[in-house]
Design a protein around this ligand. Structure first.
Ligand SMILES: Nc1ncnc2c1ncn2[C@@H]1O[C@H](COP(=O)(O)OP(=O)(O)OP(=O)(O)O)[C@@H](O)[C@H]1O
Ligand SMILES: [Mg+2]
Length: 532
C-alpha cells in the first residue's frame, strides 16, 4: 500500500490523517450538499469516515449508523463472498483509481445498480491515508437500457415472424399451384381412351412442373445456404465474357451495356453455375428497373479488404468485386432493407416471385463472400458481389461431360439395392433404374437392406439409400455396409436438410433429390469407372 502515488490522487495539503479534513470546511459544505451522488471517505482499511446527504438519501443510513462501519456492508452477499470490496480497494491503492458498475444493497436490503469510483488519497509523502468514494444510483438508466433492448428484440422477433410467415405462405402458394397442375394431369391420364399425343402432353406437363418445383426448392435452399455447391476455380472475367450474349438478350436493345473487366485475370473458387444464376437475377432486376431504357454497367475488380457495411465490419482479405450498376428507378430505404427476404417482391402478381435476390445472398454468403447494395430512389442501383480471390488451380473450368447417350449403359448391368421409406419415391427410382437396363431391388428400411445384403451374400454393386428414415438412418446403414461388405458402393440420397451436409456424409457420395434421369445416369457411370 505504500507504492508511489499517482499524481492525480494527491491532495496538495499536508495531512497526516483524515480527521484533519474537518478543517477543510468549504469542501465539506460542497460535498454534503450534493444529493444525487453518495460521496464519502474511507480510511485505508475501508471503514467509512464521512457521509453526505446523497449517500444517506439512496443508501438509507444516517451518518450515526454508518460512520465507523466497513464499506463492504454496501455490497451484496455474493460480491462480499467473492472478495470484491477488498479487491476494489487494492486496485484503487495500486492504480490510483477503481471504477465499476454493479449491484449494491440499501439499508433496507433492497438492491440498486450503481456506478462507483474509488480514488486513493495519498499525502505529499505518498502515504495512503484513505479513499474517496463516489457512487451514483443508475438503476433507472439500466432499466431504461434494458427496456430499450427488449423492445428492439421484440421488434426483431416480430419482423422475423413476418418474414417466416411470408416465406411459408409463398412456399405453400407456389407449391399448391404446381401440385394442382400435376394432380390435374394425373387425373386426365386415368382416362385410358386418351390419344397417345394427348397422353404425352400430360406426361410432359407433369415432368415440367416437377422441374419447376425442383427449381423453387433449389432457390429456397440457396437462400438457406444449404444448397449443394460444386465449386471450381475459374476466371471471373471469362465467365462474364461468356455471359455477354445472354445479358444482351435479357436486357433488350433499349438498355446500353457497358463492361469494365480487369486486364489481369482474377480467379474465384465458387460454383460457376450459381454465380451465373446470381448475375442473371441481378441483371433481370436491373432490366425491370429500367422500363424506359438506361445503362447497365458490369465491372470487375479486386479489393484488398471487404468494406464495412451497416451490418458487418471491414474484413481483411483479397476479394473479387463484381459490381452491377443500373440507372433505373432505385429503391426507397424501406424496400432496400427487405429485398433479400424470400418472397419479398414489389412486382405485380405473376411478374416476380421475390426469390431472385434470396438466391444471390444465399449463394454468395455460402461461398464465403458478401453482397453490398447501394440504391436511392430515382438514382439507380448498384449491387456488388464480393467473392474471395483464389489461386488459379491449373485445371480451371473443368466441365463435366453431360451426355444423353445411354448406349454405353447397355452391355453392363449392375445390381442396385434401393433403400427408400417413401413407397412412391422408391418405386419410381427403382423403375427408372430398371428402364435404364439395371437390376434394382427395392426395400423400405435399413434393416430390410441389411437382410437383403445378407441373403445375397453382399452381391450388390451399389446401395442407393435415403438418409432420413425411421429406426436406422441411411448414414448408419452406410457405415454398417462399409464394415461388413466393403466392396459394395454406397450412395446417400438426400432431400437436403441440415443432416446432409458434406461433412456429415463423410466419405460417402451424395445424390440430391429429386432424382433426375441424368443424375441416375451419372450414378451408373460412376460404377463403371470404379470397376474399370
Ligand atoms: N436493380 C433494382 N432496382 C430497383 N429495385 C430492385 C432492383 N433489384 C431488386 N429490386 C427490388 O427488390 C425486390 C426483390 O428482388 P428479387 O429479385 O428478390 O425478387 P423479384 O425480382 O421481385 O422476383 P424474382 O426475382 O423472384 O422474379 C424487387 O421486387 C424490387 O422491388
Ligand atoms: Mg428478381
Amino acid at each position: 500500500m505504500s507504492s508511489p502515488a499517482p499524481a492525480s490522487s494527491i491532495i496538495d495539503i499536508n495531512l497526516d490523517s483524515l480527521t484533519q479534513l474537518d478543517e477543510v470546511y468549504r469542501y465539506r459544505l460542497l460535498v454534503e450538499a450534493v444529493q444525487d451522488y453518495a460521496i464519502y471517505l474511507l480510511d485505508p482499511d475501508g471503514y467509512v469516515r464521512t457521509w453526505n446527504l446523497g449517500a444517506q438519501r439512496f443508501k438509507g443510513y444516517a451518518p450515526s449508523e454508518i460512520i465507523g462501519k466497513h464499506f463492504s456492508c454496501f455490497y451484496t452477499e455474493e460480491d462480499r463472498a467473492a472478495g470484491l470490496p477488498a479487491r476494489a480497494l487494492d486496485v484503487a491503492a495500486r492504480e490510483g483509481r477503481f471504477e465499476s458498475e454493479g449491484w449494491r444493497v440499501r439499508k433496507d436490503g433492497t438492491r440498486f445498480w450503481t456506478s462507483a469510483v474509488i480514488d486513493a488519497i495519498r499525502n505529499t509523502h505518498g502515504t495512503l491515508i484513505g479513499f474517496a468514494k463516489i457512487t451514483r444510483d443508475i438503476t433507472g438508466q439500466k432499466q431504461a437500457a434494458e427496456e430499450l433492448q427488449l423492445a428492439r428484440e421484440s421488434l426483431h422477433q416480430a419482423q422475423k415472424m413476418e418474414a417466416i410467415g411470408r416465406l411459408t405462405g409463398g412456399v405453400a402458394h407456389d407449391f399448391n399451384n404446381l401440385l394442382t397442375v400435376i394432380r390435374g394431369a394425373a387425373e386426365m391420364l386415368r382416362n385410358t381412351n386418351l390419344p397417345a399425343a394427348k397422353r404425352m402432353r400430360y406426361v410432359d406437363a407433369i415432368a415440367k412442373t416437377a422441374d419447376r418445383a425442383a427449381h423453387l426448392t433449389k432457390q429456397l435452399l440457396a437462400y438457406a445456404r444449404q444448397q449443394p455447391l460444386h465449386p471450381t476455380t475459374f476466371e471471373v472475367g471469362r465467365c462474364i465474357e461468356c455471359m455477354k450474349e445472354l445479358f444482351r438478350a435479357t436486357t433488350g436493345s433499349s438498355i446500353e451495356l457497358l463492361y469494365s473487366l480487369p486486364a489481369r485475370p482474377c480467379y474465384v473458387c465458387a460454383d460457376a453455375n450459381q454465380l451465373e444464376t446470381a448475375l442473371l437475377n441481378i441483371v433481370i432486376n436491373a432490366r425491370d428497373a429500367m422500363p424506359d431504357g438506361g445503362r447497365l454497367t458490369i465491372d470487375v475488380s479486386t479489393v484488398k479488404f471487404l468494406p464495412a457495411t451497416d451490418h458487418d465490419p471491414a474484413t481483411p482479405g483479397e476479394h473479387v468485386a463484381i459490381r452491377v450498376t443500373d440507372t433505373g428507378t432505385g429503391m426507397p430505404a424501406d424496400v432496400r432493407d427487405r429485398i433479400f427476404e424470400p418472397f419479398y417482391t414489389t412486382k405485380p402478381p405473376g411478374r416476380g416471385t421475390g426469390l431472385g435476390l434470396s438466391q444471390v445472398i444465399g449463394f454468395v454468403t455460402q461461398s464465403g463472400g458478401r453482397v453490398d447494395v447501394s440504391s436511392d430512389e430515382g438514382a439507380g442501383t448498384s449491387f456488388t458481389l464480393y467473392l474471395p480471390l483464389a489461386e488459379p488451380a491449373g485445371y480451371e473450368d473443368l466441365i463435366s461431360s453431360g451426355t444423353d447417350d445411354l448406349s454405353w449403359l447397355k452391355p453392363v448391368q449392375y445390381r442396385i439395392l434401393v433403400v427408400e421409406d417413401n413407397k412412391d419415391v422408391g418405386e419410381i427410382v427403382s423403375s427408372m433404374l430398371n428402364d435404364m437396363g439395371q437390376r434394382s431391388t427395392l426395400v423400405n428400411s435399413g434393416g430390410a437392406a441389411l437382410d437383403a445384403l445378407q441373403n445375397e451374400g453382399g452381391a450388390f454393386d451399389l446401395v442407393l439409400t435415403d438418409i432420413v428414415m425411421p429406426e436406422m438412418s441411411g448414414l448408419e446403414l452406410a457405415r454398417t455396409i462399409k464394415t461388413r461388405w466393403p466392396k459394395v458402393k454406397v450412395m446417400l440420397a438426400t432431400g437436403c436438410n441440415p443432416a446432409l451436409s458434406r461433412a456429415d456424409a463423410g466419405s460417402f457420395d451424395l445424390l440430391h433429390k429429386p432424382y433426375s434421369k441424368e443424375a441416375l445416369v451419372q450414378v451408373i457411370e460412376s460404377l463403371k469407372t470404379r470397376q474399370a
